[in-house]
Design a protein around this ligand. Sequence first.
Ligand code: ZN
Length: 122
Amino acid sequence: MNLSYLARTSLNRCPACGKGRVLKNLFYRHEHCGECGFEFNREHGFFIGGIPVSYGLICGLWVVPLLVMWFLKWMPTDWFVGLCLGGAFGWPIVSYRYCQSLWLGLYFCFAEDEMPEKHRGK
Ligand SMILES: [Zn+2]
């Protein structure tokens, strides 16, 4: 496992070279790296893997902390429900492309042999 691929994509960098950008902006992704030409889309439907990444992040970073605050009575129930629903609908819209970038990095962490030889181990 090589965590450098995930580190690069978490900073919106190409997993192969670490220089080009994966995302154009919050809502659009490049098809390939502007620096090394690496094709980001591995196969049809590849970026569906971003959905469980988004789900994991919203559960870990939003719902669980809200649940803890609600159980500790630091937050009224109507605020808890409102914030959970707001996060459930707002988070996927805002993080959609970023989670695809994270998925790209995760994929190569566990499948480094899929990375072209010239980019491996960098
Ligand atoms: Zn690149």
